[in-house]
Design a protein around this ligand. Sequence first.
Ligand code: PHE
Length: 573
Amino acid sequence: MTYLDDSWYGCSHFGVTGPDDFDEVYATYSCDSLNLFNDFVLQNQKPFLKFLICAVAADSPPTTSSAVSSSVSTMVFFLPFKISKQMAEEAVLGFLEHNEQIKDSGEFAVEKGISHEEIVNVIKRLNGFRFVDAQDIKKERWQLTAEGKTYAASGSPEFQLFIAIPPEGISRVELQKKLGDSVFKIGCQQAIKNKWVEMGKTQVSRKVEHVDDNVKALLIKINDGEALNQEDIDALKRRKLISPQIWKGFSVKKGPNYAPERRKLATDFTRENLQSGEWKELQFKEYNYLAKGFPIEGGYLHPLLKVRRQMQMIFLQMGFEEMPTNNYVESSFWNFDALFQPQQHPARDSHDTFFLREPSTTKMLPEDYVERVKQIHESGGHGSRGYGYDWKRGEANKNLLRTHTTAVSSRMLYALAKKPFEAKRYYSIDRVFRNEAVDRTHLAEFHQIEGLICDRGLSLGDLQGVLHDFFSRLGMSNLRFKPAYNPYTEPSMEIFGYHEGLKKWVEVGNSGMFRPEMLLPMGLPEDVTVIAWGLSLERPTMILYGIDNIRDLFGHKVDLGLIKSNPICRIGL
Ligand code: PHE
């Protein structure tokens, strides 16, 4: 006894059996209904029999046959709604053995009692193997609209109205109450048109003794696929009770490979068929050189990872070293204070920054350096006036999710300052977090690309030169700069690049020269300057991949198909 597959659902089912098991099932569940079923089925289609046993009275569908006999008090037998593919295939091939053609797959399906869907599937498959030659046929058919369906079931509104009128007549108000607004309204219109009723000012009465519900009869005919004359069709169409539907089917003839039975072709030599010698008899399937084969599922690189890789290559080609960015949690000190960002700055508000609840503060800061940072904020030094406010250690200790990778740059520059000076080129590409309202172009987390060069005597000209070098490697050699403001750079410049694909100027990053108020308290020599720039990884990735909503690129709404099938990333040159 085999168990149900999905094609059987819709009943409280538990088992399905083929003709071979019929006797066994019969022996297990003999009862009156089975006899009825038996008589009917055996004469008609035992050779293809598959049937379903539905446990009506069982609390939950039993899964074994012994559970069936103990838990089921009533058994109902159904003819299958679906019969196997094999039966459909046998029907098609068998018919063509003695007949020239199947004129219409739809009529054929009805004749054989097989669903048209199944027949169509089989025809397509057989056509693929050239067992049959299938020609498309299309027919315009009519189907009932939702309104049409209700009238087919409960009668047309005019008929409902007519029979609701007693011989002595009825008041309008009462009739409307009886029928409901819509049936009353439509019923009145049609019944008057048919001259079935007399509508007085307040009373409604019958004009004829007997009427037939012609509309219902027509609707039922349509539902059964019967043809109607054009006049009736037009009338139903005008009342929006039917709508056209394109029906597709096939006419089928024998194909060049026709055989009354399709033998399954072998696809491979196996240990078994070689050992048994069976391979000599087997018919092998022809090799299909055009088949694409199964896609090999493996690890896939997200577009962001591909673009990141390209960016890394550019930095490495330009002689940059990567900074260690493996800490998402940072103290306010390194993220803001060391960067000469005053403690009242709006970015340090919880509306803009995610602060940590646990652990809420840092325990490790280099004390002498902290003291120098406090000094420069409060009263300045090295020629600066500072901000002139009361700097609080508690504010600097607060932990947060870093809002920019410049926090890492400040740590790196501080570490550099502790050793005898050496020029450096550093870069990083990693995640940062901002408490932003999420929209098409903003997420609360994204990736920043950051580069910096630390050397003696660098000027704004050096910064512009490096940016030209960097961005032309990204395919943007046409740059413009716009003065900007960052607490930690002076001068600062927004970078715009002319995008050849989009044919417009797009903002591509932010840059500047780190302020002496940031570098000197670290202990870097006075003649050392640092030029730096930053941009997001998401923005160029979206431009490269033609994505206009950042949520389609990153986050829980991303279509995994994009990750699996995105093309190789090629930037620039
Ligand atoms: N930290 C800046 C930002 O978050 C980018 C930047 C880096 C600007 C370095 C200037 C210098 O946008």
